[in-house]
Design a protein around this ligand. Structure first.
Ligand code: G3P
Ligand code: MG
Length: 285
């Protein structure tokens, strides 16, 4: 089992993280999604941040507006004034009709009012990598200036992470990897990252130990299966991003890393075919 020597202050984040606010149960990256994720006991959220044409950081996964709003085309060429009038909820269902796109500033206020944490994935529109990294980092430093726990900035874009580092070197960063590469750990260290966030299909105990060996926290996205979650926790995982805020609600409420549980109890319960109960029981031994 991996040793966990680093201090809490170096890594203050909970290990259960709700993907895009509430996964697929509410319109992704809207305040309605974050509210639902919090109602399910999640204390930390992943979301996707990009810039409007006039440089306002806001939440949207795709480069285009079409899938998740009633707008069309590239989001990057619209001002925030135009974007703020779009409906980002109706695509999901009538219950969310009229839900607006969410500005980073509004998200910061809501999170801080409730003492919740966030992993901001810097998701630049094409060609906007450096500008997005820099501006998001500047806004985060200002918006969270009074908060002890800062957002974790992550990105698939090395250019965006480097720009964030140049602008605000003290903000915690993580490199996202869709595919594992041989120099993954070296890249993360060169960017001064505290963590690697790896596609769950690419992660295993050897890679987790490679990261831990240089002091990186090892996180994964997007795990929606209890058995897969269980095997990664036992492999030493530090954080898991999930859409299944409903299924993992009991574990998120406990907030403890299931990998800390007694291996004996875990084995017994896994053998009994009840790994979810294994998580819960493990915290009481
Ligand atoms: O940040 C983890 C995960 O969100 C990366 O993939 O496409 O869901 O943003 P995606
Ligand atoms: Mg994302």
């Amino acid at each position: 089992m991996t040793s966990y020597g680093s201090k809490v202050a170096d890594w203050p984040y909970p290990c259960w993280i709700a993907h895009r606010g509430a996964g697929k149960l509410a319109p992704e990256n809207t305040l309605a999604a974050f509210r639902l994720g919090a109602d399910h006991g999640f204390a930390m959220f992943e979301c996707d941040v990009k810039l409007s044409a006039d440089g306002e950081p806001f939440l949207l996964h795709d480069a285009e507006l079409d899938r998740t709003t009633n707008g069309q085309g590239s989001a990057a060429i619209q001002t925030w004034d135009k974007l703020s009038r779009l409906d980002a909820g109706s695509w999901h269902g009538r219950a969310y009709a009229g839900e607006p796109l969410l500005r980073l500033e509004a998200l910061a206020r809501w999170l801080q009012a409730l003492g919740l944490m966030v992993n901001l994935e810097i998701k630049p529109s094409p060609g906007e990598e450096v500008r997005t990294g820099r501006i998001v980092a500047q806004h985060v430093a200002r918006l969270w200036s009074q908060s002890e726990i800062k957002p974790l900035l992550s990105s698939f874009s090395v250019e965006a992470l480097q720009a964030a580092k140049d602008a605000q070197p003290d903000l915690p960063r993580a490199l996202l990897l869709d595919k594992w590469v041989r120099d993954a750990v070296d890249q993360a260290v060169a960017l001064g990252c505290r963590a690697l966030v790896v596609n769950q299909a690419q992660l295993d105990v050897d890679k987790i130990e490679l990261g831990h060996a240089v002091g990186l926290k090892m996180l994964t996205y997007t795990v929606n299966d209890a058995t897969r979650a269980s095997s990664l926790w036992y492999a030493g995982l530090d954080g898991l991003i999930t859409d299944r805020i409903d299924m993992f609600e009991p574990q998120a409420r406990l907030g403890l890393n299931p990998g800390y549980m007694s291996p004996t109890i875990g084995t017994l319960l896994d053998t009994a075919g009840d790994s979810q109960q294994g998580f819960l029981a493990g915290h009481h031994v």
